[in-house]
Design a protein around this ligand. Structure first.
Ligand code: FES
Ligand code: FES
Length: 140
């Protein structure tokens, strides 16, 4: 059967040419890493943001082990958040992603994965920045 009958053209485009696939250094103090899973299907998404001193997302990378809609959702969200402030990015709703990609109801949780991933990356970044930097010999 034709794939295009099951998936909207925008999903196929992101699936065939995913944007910003890869990894950033998770030990970089400017990088936040989000790792989330979808209980419904077991798919996993890793999304990383690199934030500049003004709190603006300057780079984004993702790796998704999952269905076409999850890959398309993560690819789209990486394009969306680049250049956004953390506050803006943290407000992205999965419904915006689902609408852009015309996801059917059964695929809504795939876009939820992308919303969760960006939130998780922001949380990780903020937690990292709040932790006082300890010297290499600090016992804690
Ligand atoms: Fe199989 Fe998502 S449920 S890839
Ligand atoms: Fe589970 Fe798409 S089917 S993330």
């Amino acid at each position: 059967i034709s794939l295009s009958r099951a998936y909207h053209a925008k999903v196929l485009d992101h699936y065939n040419n995913p944007r910003n696939v890869g990894s950033l250094d998770k030990n970089d103090i400017n990088v936040g890493t989000g790792l989330v899973g979808a209980p419904a299907c077991g798919d996993v998404m890793k999304l990383q943001i690199k934030v500049d001193d003004n709190g603006v997302i300057q780079d984004v990378k993702f790796k998704t082990f999952g269905c076409g809609s999850a890959i398309a959702s993560s690819s789209y969200v990486t394009e969306l958040v680049r250049g956004m402030s953390l506050d803006e990015a943290g407000k992205i709703k999965n419904t915006v992603i689902a609408k852009e990609l015309s996801l059917p109801p059964v695929k809504l949780h795939c876009s939820m994965l992308a919303e969760d991933a960006i939130k998780s990356a922001i949380k990780d970044y903020r937690a990292k920045r709040q932790t006082p930097t300890l010297g290499p010999n600090a016992v804690n």
